[in-house]
Design a protein around this ligand. Sequence first.
Ligand code: PHE
Length: 359
Amino acid sequence: MDFAELERDLLAQVDAASDEAALETVRVAALGKKGSVSELLKTLGAMTPDERKERGPLINGLRDRVQGALTQRRDALAEAALEARLAAERVDVTLPVREAPEARGRIHPISQVIDEITAIFSDMGFSVAEGPDIETDELNFTALNFPPGHPAREMHDTFFLPPDRDGKRKVLRTHTSPVQIRTMRAKEPPIRVIIPGRTYRHDSDQTHTPMFHQVEGLVIDRSANFANLRWVLEEFCRTFFEVDGVKMRFRPSFFPFTEPSAEVDIQCSRKGGEIRFGEGEDWLEILGCGMVHPNVLRNCGLDPDSVQGFAFGVGIDRIAMLKYGMPDLRPFFEADVRWLQHYGFRPLDVPSLVGGLTS
Ligand code: PHE
């Protein structure tokens, strides 16, 4: 048996093992139970003392050197593996930190303005109500005191849905006023709600889109009157536009569901192509309002001799454009992220009367 050749062969195998698994195969083949070196060690028992004296050191030396080479190789492989991992997982701590989603995303101006409006009216004791976008003709018109065939139904440029089985056509609500009816039929006075939501009319230009937003206000109790309405609206405009005082003009108007009715303009200046509030000689229409019509109260099962109230409807998109200076309404609904990056709001800037409506 040529120990030197066996040793060269084993050491070469150890050197050639390129990972820990390959190295383990070499170890088992040499030092495992039936390994080549182990088999040699077993032969020592059957030897004469003289033979053992001569061969013992040779075989034991062989085993020790193979064992040593295995250990060394294992350490080297482990170190190389660690180096590779460190290189692969290297982090450049000098790179700028990428903004987290909550810092990168933007809140749409409409959502922001709805939150601002809600904050203002919550402070005045209003709660929020909602209704569906698809309404019955009854709730969108009839219960609101639009007589059948009344031209106001056409005035709204209504989107009608195909007739139901019973021949009735639902509509995309043309205003948030049907939720007045829903609220009065569901709740006992005193009622104090605002109703923000989507509304639809067949119309499109720089200040009109087929889908737009309104916020309805409704107050019903024993004594709510026009002076209260006026105060609520003035308080709202002053807070929303963040100016000390806004001059408002109430112009007599007509809505089937309010009597008397008014349209409200606010004072503004358009000097230099920029709209400013609380100054100037121009007027801008922002809402419709009035005292809830007795017929509407009756249609909701309320007695006009014991309760009364007022309602108003504000165009949200319109006042958002005015407050934040967007010249065109159409891009609001084009879902262009560049527009949103420019006009959107930071998600954590939640409007509140204490923290500030706009920061
Ligand atoms: N619903 C009316 C509109 O869309 C606005 C309005 C609401 C007027 C409430 C009076 C009272 O034009």
